[in-house]
Design a protein around this ligand. Structure first.
Ligand code: HEM
Length: 187
């Protein structure tokens, strides 16, 4: 994955637990990079090893670590020009979700060779949105769960996210239900 992803994980850990904890995590993961080049592609395994080492150091599960990282991914995005691109593509979570592929496609123009996920969205009769997450990578559903919640925080919206189908349990894709309890119920 792009160095940007490892760099975001590094910022999350350093800001919350300090440089020493990050150094220990890198040692645990067998990673000796002093810095990650944002635009360079690193092996996916490095990102997975780092995330697993974060979980071990903080004494949480890997899904919990990925979920926390998903939340932070939006904090990180907000600090970059990409955050502005994102706001320009959707003024609310409801507008942004169907634009996720367009957003990633735009990012991929800047970073050729990246392997972006895909999302299929559908508005349900009850007003919620069904978000299908399609990826060549596995194990990242907790990350997506966290990013979707982080998106709500980024837009200042109280949304509720529930995973309703899981690849781990045999479904074709991971599927999330995003609900908007703050909105008036549809007629
Ligand atoms: C400004 C905001 C965003 C930026 C800059 C961004 C950028 C990226 C980048 C650079 C990658 C790595 C691809 C690679 O190196 O191969 C990635 C992957 C990913 N992004 Fe985004 N993204 C953003 C928003 C989102 C949002 C809102 C979601 C919502 C769920 C999301 C879900 C994912 C997932 C799940 C992956 C992992 C790749 C995979 O599943 O195969 N991203 N994104």
């Amino acid at each position: 994955m792009l160095g940007m992803v490892n760099h975001a994980l590094q910022e999350m850990v350093v800001e919350r637990y300090g440089e020493e904890t990050w150094a220990a995590i890198c040692a645990d993961a067998g990673v000796s990079e002093p810095v990650f080049v944002i635009m360079r592609a690193y092996p996916d395994q490095m990102t997975f090893d780092l995330a697993a080492a974060v979980a071990r150091r903080l004494d949480i599960t890997l899904p919990e670590a990925l979920h926390a990282f998903g939340h932070f991914w939006m904090v990180y995005a907000e600090r970059q020009p990409w955050g502005k691109v994102m706001h320009s593509m959707g003024a609310t979570v409801r507008e942004m979700l169907p634009a996720l592929d367009a957003l990633h496609a735009r990012i991929a123009l800047t970073f050729p060779g990246v392997n972006m996920p895909q999302f299929r969205t559908e508005t349900l009769l009850g007003g919620g949105m069904r978000v299908e997450y399609i990826s060549t990578r596995s194990g990242l559903a907790p990350f997506v769960h966290g990013v979707l919640e982080g998106l709500g925080a980024m837009y200042g919206e109280a949304i509720e996210v529930t995973q309703v189908e899981s690849r781990e349990s045999g479904a074709e894709h991971d599927v999330f239900l995003v609900e908007f309890p703050g909105e008036a119920a549809p007629l």
